[in-house]
Design a protein around this ligand. Structure first.
Ligand code: ATP
Ligand code: MG
Length: 229
């Protein structure tokens, strides 16, 4: 399949359940235009992360549809989706591997692509200050990263394949202001250039969005700009 170029998302009559018993998403209808910044809010368990998982193709859509650039999600090749839709997860992980491998994640990216992504995440200078730069070992027996740096690593990882759609699952736990600033800076730099879906817990991320969706028990109960809601 052709790469994802616009990043337009159309979700129609989407229902989802993990166990075919308890509905987690119900009758979702929403279109997200190319370059839009959408924030999703809702109580714990309302289905926010589940929706992101579906957009990433982690689970098959069996009831309803999700189309990206007018193509059904199921019709995308794995690699096209992987490169076209990036995720900054709720809890970023660090592999016991080099900085480079932690950004590349077995995608065979060029050194240039890796460095560009690290710069976009404002991590490049930190990496250069490490004993072996991009070849520094991270993880259990390697260098330790601060929470903010882990977030930056996750941002670099997500940006490295130049996705047209970027999903951010904000941490529920209180994050330090440094980490919050790192994320904010990256998001603002990307504004309008990628379709951005942010599961938001912080007012700063919510206020800046073009549109906010409120999920409750798997249903969209409200939608509009911060001023409207
Ligand atoms: P939070 O704000 O706590 O991150 P959330 O809105 O992201 O919550 P989800 O993680 O999408 O909520 O969970 C929605 C519902 O689906 C919950 O009832 C949860 O227990 C259930 N659930 C989530 N992941 C799985 C899974 N992998 N297998 C089975 N049930 C799951
Ligand atoms: Mg979640």
């Amino acid at each position: 399949t052709a790469p994802i170029r616009r990043g337009q998302i159309d979700i129609a009559q989407l229902n989802f359940s993990y166990d075919n018993k308890h509905p987690v998403l119900r009758q979702l209808n929403v279109s997200i235009r190319s370059g839009e910044w959408l924030a999703i809010v809702g109580h714990t368990g309302s289905g926010k992360s589940t929706l992101l998982s579906l957009l990433l193709g982690f689970y098959p859509v069996k009831d309803g549809s999700i189309r990206i650039d007018d193509v059904e999600l199921a019709d995308y090749e794995h690699d096209t989706l992987r490169d076209g839709v990036g995720l900054i997860p709720q809890e970023p992980f660090v592999l016991a591997a080099t900085v480079r491998d932690n950004i590349d994640m077995n995608r065979g990216l060029s050194a240039e692509a890796i460095e560009t992504a690290a710069r976009a995440a404002h991590l490049h200078d930190t990496i250069l200050a490490m004993p072996e730069g991009y070849d520094t070992l991270l993880g259990e027996r390697g260098a330790r990263l601060s929470t903010g740096q882990r977030q930056q690593l996750a941002i670099a990882r997500a940006l490295a394949a130049k996705p047209r759609i970027l999903l951010l699952d904000e941490a529920t736990a209180n994050i330090d202001s440094e980490t919050e600033q790192v994320v904010q800076r990256a998001l603002h730099a990307l504004r309008g250039q990628v379709t951005l879906i942010v599961v938001a817990h912080r007012l700063s991320t919510i206020k800046d969005a073009d549109r906010i969706l409120v999920l409750a028990q798997g249903e969209i109960i409200e939608s509009g700009s911060h001023a409207e809601l």
